[in-house]
Design a binder for this molecule. Structure first.
Ligand SMILES: [Zn+2]
Length: 424
């Protein structure tokens, strides 16, 4: 049931729509392209100024000490805090300001933020500057309606999500700016569809295998041992034996699309022997390197995932006693999921039912995003992703966000915030 206060806040969102659209256009017009991480300071400043205008206490946090934080490309994050009548609960909204490069295929200027037929076009319109605009204006609508909430609100706009978030959310968590004793709920405003709630993501294990061989003249390959052939045998076993096994392993997490509800593996890159761009000499390859991207499920243990690979190589070695290899971990992200029965999920589910007018599906993401840092580094248990826009628009040419989705998400966030924080 919608309260009177909620009804008046929703009316404020409609009144504020033009202002919210203008702010989103301003955000999109700053090309915060990552890599390399352009114009972060300007974009953080724009978000920070808006937060100040809306009554927040604002701090700019540069990721000093991180190697990617340079004089030309400073990594500037911003956090605002709006005090309620009590410190807790605190609801933290987070959005990333970086966007991927526009790429080819645009018919419009990717940074003009044109408004056409109820859509705002531009790189980052959906992923995910609309999310930043929606959460700022959701809380502002509450304030302008004269409704006082009991708990407090934090909003952060952070860098580098598209490249792993180490100078963004991870930095804020490590430096103690985001802590479980001061933050109860986190909503990451990523676009996984404006009418769905995302509970978490699968795990990532990136590893490199280096195969050794023995060099010999290419006209007499039988005198050497090819590292490429050895790698080929490993890849063949992955294809024939491991992949079918992984496809059978299904998670209880509601990952979308359905194919990603299984464990998966992908060969990300391979390099063996001489570089094909260089003049060639006839040689048996004595080295071959490949990088693999294994996505693992919340039901799998990282140690088992790694052992499974080692076992495959060791079995090859049983038939090839001179085989030498090295296995190196490159990146590990553990799976994370907020419980569907948690206060945050239940409240946002109710809020969406009120505003989007249908039962919101609960999903999980095939790839990772900044939730890993909130969950694993900051130790915050209740964290979801919810924001305007539709997932398949992310990173596309002619990316756009529907104004209708922007206001719908803004309304859901406003109702969610009031219910999570309590109204005085
Ligand atoms: Zn994103």
């Amino acid at each position: 049931m919608r309260s009177q206060a909620e009804t008046s806040v929703l009316a404020r969102v409609d009144e504020l729509a033009a202002e919210m659209i203008e702010f989103l256009q301003q955000l999109v017009r700053i090309p915060t392209i990552n890599p390399p991480g352009e114009n972060y300071r300007d974009c953080a400043q724009l978000a920070g100024d808006k937060l100040r205008e809306f009554g927040y206490e604002v701090r700019f946090i540069e990721a000093a000490g991180r190697p990617e934080c340079t004089a030309n490309f400073p990594r500037v994050n911003v956090i605002g805090r709006l005090h309620g009548s009590r410190l807790n609960p605190t609801l933290h909204f987070n959005g990333h300001i970086d966007v991927v490069p526009p790429g080819a295929g645009w018919t419009l200027d990717p940074f003009a933020a044109e408004l056409r037929k109820g859509r705002i076009y531009g790189r980052g319109a959906t992923d995910q500057k609309a999310g930043i605009a929606a959460s700022l204006f959701a809380v502002e609508a509450i304030r302008r309606a004269g409704v006082r909430v009991i708990g407090s609100v934090e909003q952060s706009a952070t860098v580098d999500e598209e490249s792993g978030g180490l100078a963004g959310v991870a930095y804020l968590a490590e430096q103690g700016y985001i802590r479980p004793d001061s933050v109860d709920y986190v909503i990451i405003t990523e676009p996984l569809d404006y009418d769905r709630i995302c509970l978490g993501h699968r795990g990532v294990y990136w590893f490199e295998v280096l195969m050794h061989g023995r060099i010999a003249h290419g006209s007499m390959p039988f005198l050497g041992v090819s590292a490429i052939d050895r790698m080929g045998r490993l890849i063949e076993r992955i294809e024939r034996e491991l992949k079918p096994k992984l496809a059978e392993r299904r998670t209880r997490m509601p990952v979308e699309p359905d194919g990603a509800r299984s464990a998966t593996i992908n060969v990300n890159s391979i390099l063996g022997g001489q570089h094909p761009d260089l003049p060639q000499t006839p040689c048996v390859a004595d080295l071959c390197r490949a990088v693999f991207d294994r996505r693992f499920l919340i039901e799998e243990r990282l140690e088992d995932v790694r052992d499974e690979i080692i076992e495959l190589v060791e079995e090859l070695r049983a038939a090839d006693s001179e085989l030498q290899y090295e296995l190196k971990d490159l990146l590990i992200v553990h799976p994370t999921m907020t419980g569907p029965e948690s206060t945050l999920v239940k409240t946002m589910r109710d809020a969406l039912r009120e505003t989007v007018d249908r039962e919101p599906p609960l999903i999980a993401s095939p790839g990772t995003y900044d939730q890993k840092h909130f969950a694993r580094l900051a130790g915050i248990e209740q964290c979801i992703a919810y924001g305007p826009g539709i997932l398949k628009m992310a990173h596309q040419p002619d990316e756009y966000c529907e104004i209708e989705h922007l206001t719908a998400a803004c309304k859901a966030m406003a109702i969610g915030a009031m219910r999570l924080l309590g109204v005085a």
